[in-house]
Write a protein that binds this ligand. Structure first.
Ligand SMILES: NCc1[nH]cc(CCC(=O)O)c1CC(=O)O
Length: 322
């Protein structure tokens, strides 16, 4: 797949976090760009998000925690591109930065990992389930309520993938719920006992997709990254991320947004979204809509409509400053 015109080969430095998952993702992009004839190296960095992983992230400060330091490296010219889990990337990038590429999505679904229980229904009386997101918390709570399992406790679970699995293995939880994509990328897919269908645990906006960020003035990089773009994924995540932005867009919000094509990678785009009250006082709000989508603008329009429907059904963005 080497490029036909060697003079357009670039030297590209990838800024990346140093968690095992982030490094896997950066190495993956590096290999693809090398196949295209570019020279590629990695610049590993620690972000604020990595430093506070063991505290409650949702209390500390929302999206962007994992991307800021990488953007500084791009801005200062120490790196050329940053590879991100799109789920962690704010919809509105700071001025001067652009999303140059969205790659083909890995499995977007949530995974159930448990040494002892194959499903929710097998949890023993008073069991503890760990999860790191308010979205998973409200969806799990709804699923447990439907099973009449008010005895099961859902507890916060922090840390990178290895830390979370260790806490499970130490017996702090009977089961944990986390993204399939991360487990599969790290070769930990055999730990998955059950994969939730989107109808049971609707994924977060962008889950399972990788995005590549550049400085907005680097059209050379936008061109170089074109072969890595997967437009069917980009349209899906654009619709999802629009819902998230329209609802106030922080990871401290219990919001799911997930889009799927009705016919494989084309046709109508069906966008489903769910919002739950973390205090459990209001019942789960679930809406969906669909449209013929061919452009990012059409995807965003669908996202706007779904966000309006969510609000009309009682979902509300987090209070300012909360
Ligand atoms: N919030 C952290 C995060 N960001 C991306 C992934 C998984 C990989 C992906 O969604 O692409 C995870 C771990 C998780 O939610 O369990």
């Amino acid at each position: 797949m080497a490029i036909s015109n060697p003079s357009s080969a670039l030297s590209i430095t990838i800024a990346t976090r140093e968690s095992r998952l982030a490094l896997w993702q950066a190495e993956h992009v590096k290999a693809l760009l090398q196949d295209l004839g570019h020279r590629v190296e990695l610049l590993g960095m620690t972000t604020l998000g990595d430093q506070i992983l063991d505290r409650s992230l949702s209390k500390v400060g929302g999206k962007g925690l994992f991307v800021k330091e990488l953007e500084v490296a791009l801005d200062e010219g120490r790196a050329d591109i940053a590879v991100h889990s799109l789920k962690d990337v704010p919809m509105d990038l700071p001025a001067g930065f652009a999303l140059a590429c969205v790659m083909e999505r890995e499995d977007p679904r949530d995974a159930w990992v448990s040494p002892g229980c194959a499903t929710l229904a097998e949890l023993p009386e008073g069991a503890v389930v760990g999860t790191s997101s308010l979205r998973r918390l409200v969806l799990l709570r709804a699923a447990l309520d439907a099973l009449g399992r008010s005895d099961v406790r859902i507890e916060p679970l922090r840390g990178n993938l290895d830390t979370r699995l260790r806490k499970l293995d130490e017996g702090q939880y009977h089961a944990i719920v986390l993204a399939s994509a991360g487990l599969k990328r790290l070769g930990l897919g055999e730990r998955i006992r059950h994969i939730f269908e989107p109808t049971d645990s609707l994924p977060a906006a962008g889950q399972g997709a990788l995005g590549i960020e550049v400085r907005a003035d680097r059209s050379d990089l936008v061109d170089a990254l074109k072969p890595l773009v997967h437009m069917p994924t980009w349209l899906r995540v654009a619709a999802e991320r629009t819902v998230s932005r329209a609802m106030g867009g922080s990871c401290s919000m219990p919001l799911a947004a997930y889009a799927e094509w009705t016919g494989g990678d084309a046709g109508q785009l069906v966008l489903r979204s769910a919002w739950g009250d973390p205090e459990g006082a209001l019942s789960l709000v679930q809406v969906s809509d669909q449209a013929d989508v061919q452009t990012l603008e059409q995807a965003e329009a669908l996202g706007q409509r779904v966000a309006q429907a969510l609000r009309a059904a009682g979902a509300r963005p987090p209070a300012a400053g909360a």
